[in-house]
Design a binder for this molecule. Sequence first.
Ligand SMILES: NC(=O)C1=CN([C@@H]2O[C@H](COP(=O)(O)OP(=O)(O)OC[C@H]3O[C@@H](n4cnc5c(N)ncnc54)[C@H](OP(=O)(O)O)[C@@H]3O)[C@@H](O)[C@H]2O)C=CC1
Ligand SMILES: Nc1nc(=O)c2c([nH]1)NC[C@@H]1CN(c3ccc(C(=O)N[C@@H](CCC(=O)O)C(=O)O)cc3)C=[N+]21
Length: 323
Amino acid sequence: MSAQIIDGRACARTLKQSLEADVARLRAEGLGIGLATVVVGDEYSSTAYERRLRRLADELGVPYSPRELPADVGQDELLACIGELNAEPSVSGILILRPLPSHVDESVVFRAIDPCKDVEAVHPDNAGLLALGVPRFVPSTAASCFHLLDTWLDSVGEDRAEFYHRCLIVVVGRSNNVGKPAISLGYERQATVSSVDEWADRTTGIGRHTRWADVLIVAAGKAGLIKAEHVGENAVVIDVGINGATGRDGKVRMIGDVDYDSVASRARALTPVPGGVGPVTDVWLLRNTVTAARLLAGQRIEQALPALPVARTAQVRTLQEKS
Ligand SMILES: NC(=O)C1=CN([C@@H]2O[C@H](COP(=O)(O)OP(=O)(O)OC[C@H]3O[C@@H](n4cnc5c(N)ncnc54)[C@H](OP(=O)(O)O)[C@@H]3O)[C@@H](O)[C@H]2O)C=CC1
Ligand SMILES: Nc1nc(=O)c2c([nH]1)NC[C@@H]1CN(c3ccc(C(=O)N[C@@H](CCC(=O)O)C(=O)O)cc3)C=[N+]21
C-alpha cells in the first residue's frame, strides 16, 4: 500500500484566505495588530520558522518586530526583552523560539510573557486553560496537526466524531509546546491517547506503542526516528519534526522525524516534510495573533477566537449499536 499524502500547503492556502479576512476585519474595526519574535542563537529549526513568520507577516501587512539575541545572552537580558515587548502597545503577540540555550530556565522565561500576548500558550495560565479544555489560545503546532487530520478526514468522507471516538492517538514527544498540547487536543476529540517519550525508546523501544496507533503524531526532533516497522498499516502519520540534514553535496535540507519512503509504503496517510505541518503552523500563529489583538482590545475569548471549521453533525453510534 502507498500512503495518501496529506498536503499541508493546500490546507495552509485555504486557512490563509480566512486569516486575510480576519486581519481585514480587525483593521476595519480600528484595532491594531503586531507580532514579535525572539530568537536566541541560530538553531536550524528556529531560524527556518522565524523566516517564514517574517514573510507571512509581511504578506499580510502585519507589523513584525524580530529580536535576535546571542546564544550566550543572560537570562535577565532575555527577561528584560520580554518586559519591553509586554509593554509595547504595537505588539499583540509574542513568540519565543525554542530551543532556548540550556543556561536559560524556560519556565521562568515563559512565565514572564503577558498571558494575553502569549500566542503559543506557554505561560502557565494559558497552558492550564488548554489542559482544562477551555483554551485562550490553541498552540499553533498541535492545532495544525489536528486541522490537517480534520481536513483529511473530510476529504476521505470519514465522519470526524466517529473516527476520533474509536481512535488511538499515539504522540511521540511530550514537550510543553508541541507534544503536551497535542495530547490535550486528542482528549478534546474524545480519542484514546497515549504518550511516548525518549525513555520508552531507550528501554522497551517505541514500536510496541506506536504500532497500535490509528493516528501517530511524531514530535521528537530526531531525524528518521519512525520507520515502517513502527507503524501499523492503517495508520495516519503526522510528522511534526523539522531537522536539518547535510547531504553529500554539503547542502542542508529539511527532513522530518519520519523516514518518509519506508513509512509511505506502509501507512494509510502521511504528512510530508517539507509541505506538511510546517506551512499550517505559521498561519495558525498569525490567527492566534489576531485573537491576541482582540483580547487586548478588551473582547472576551468567545468573541476573539477565530471560527474553527465546524465538525459535521454526526450520529455517533456506540459499540453496542454497531454490533
Ligand atoms: N512543523 C512544525 O510546525 C514544528 C516543528 N517542530 C519540530 O518538532 C520537533 C519537536 O519539537 P519540540 O517538541 O519543541 O522538541 P523538544 O526537544 O522540546 O521535545 C522533544 C520530545 O521528544 C522526545 N524524544 C526525543 N527523542 C525521542 C525518542 N528517540 N523517542 C521518543 N521520544 C523522544 C523527548 O523526550 P523526553 O521528554 O524524554 O526528553 C521530548 O519529550 C523538532 O524537530 C522541532 O523543530 C516544532 C514546532 C513546530
Ligand atoms: N516556540 C516555538 N514554536 C515553534 O513552533 C517552533 C519553535 N519554537 N522552534 C522551531 C520550530 C520549527 N518550526 C517550524 C515550523 C514551520 C516550518 C515550515 O513551515 N517549514 C516549511 C519549509 C519550507 C521550506 O523551507 O522548504 C515546510 O515544512 O514546508 C519550519 C519550522 C516551528 N518551531
